[in-house]
Design a protein around this ligand. Sequence first.
Ligand SMILES: *Cc1c(COP(=O)(O)O)cnc(C)c1O
Length: 447
Amino acid sequence: MKTINRRNFLKASAIAGAGLTLAPNLTFAQGKQSNNKPALLGGRKSSYGFSRWPIYDRTEEKALLDVLHTNKWGRLNGTTTAKFEAAYAKIHGTAHSLAVSSGTSALYTMFGALDVGPGDEIILPVYTFVASYNVVVLNYALPVLIDTDIETFQIDAKKIEQAITPQTKLLMPVHIGGSPADLDTILDMGKKHNLPVIEDACQAHLAEWKGKKVGSFGLGGAFSFQSSKNLNCAEGGAITSDSKEFIDQCYTFHNQGQGGTGTSYATGSGTRGTNLRLTEFQAGLLLAQMARLEQQARTRSENASYLTQLFNDIPGITPAKLYKGTTNSAYHLYMFRYHQSEFAGLSRERFIEALSAEGVPCSTGYGQMNSSDYVLGLAKNKHYLKIYGEKTMKEWVERNQCPQNDKLTKEQSLWFTQTMLLGDRSDMEKIAEAVRRIQKFAKQLKK
Ligand SMILES: *Cc1c(COP(=O)(O)O)cnc(C)c1O
């Protein structure tokens, strides 16, 4: 991000590190409007303390060199990955954890352990990163996309039951943006129909539902440590689970079908496997980064709650709601809705342009995955046609209609990324002020 200078970065990391809470500037918070023009109309652009990412120091450097000098760079001979797994399971309150090469690998490994294959249907939200969809298709299973709850941006759990068929193999909710999906409804549905629940928690490190960490509710949880995520080792992932049997099957799948203690693949789970192991370097880096995780999560939460409070006073800006059971969101994304009617009809694209000019980067987020060329192409894939037949694939396109998601993503959805929540409260105030400024001059900003 262009707007980050060194001074701001140092300020941001110092605050994140020391856990300071700054007194709110109440006059500002109560919406005193400046007479500044928006930057797009020649006004002055503000500077923000948005964090650079990743944040690291000598601790990470030492962690990497320590692994280097052990001469044991892979998990099959080193001990760092196992150490990380124990620590990761502990902070998520699960009995077990398995480190893997990415978040996608975490999902793929769980699918492998459950022997997902051709003919199986997997239920997942339409509003998600494409990786959630890809793991289904990599197994030649049928992705059944569920519409979005427009108020929360999460899977509309009330629409899951009608999508279940005798072919349904598992439910894969995603805690999108790091906020928990409606776990009570989803877990009930899993129990009622005897279907395992796999949580895609790739964006939801330390998020909580009723005081318990997400990733600990279903049979397994998947986490990502890809560069953009709240915990980062460039590329990496983890599975969390309370089931020893399941985590052993996952280990076996991610290790070329070979168990940790020489045992072979669990009966009934097929005999497939591949190499999806994490390296010791990444595990070392993760242990170092994990020491920062809780404080960073707290800073994001505090800033996000404050921003929500400020946004709630701006007509036409609606922060994504959290379900009642949510006791903590990881805020990988700060998601909110834009209503152009409250901005003199200013288009969402022009609003983004104006906000970016203020120094506040903003994105429309995910789109209509169900009607993208990428997904529609599956209905013409020769393997899919062979496995499912033309009629089923035609019906599949119809089954995946998601009108609420269309409405949300074509007109309203916006998000900020997690690093913008790592500065201090005054950044939140400046963001809200920039939005108010745009609202005030909305008519002039229309092209
Ligand atoms: C990032 C992400 C993944 C995939 O994780 P990678 O580590 O990039 O493979 C899967 N699902 C969701 C929701 C994600 O955000």
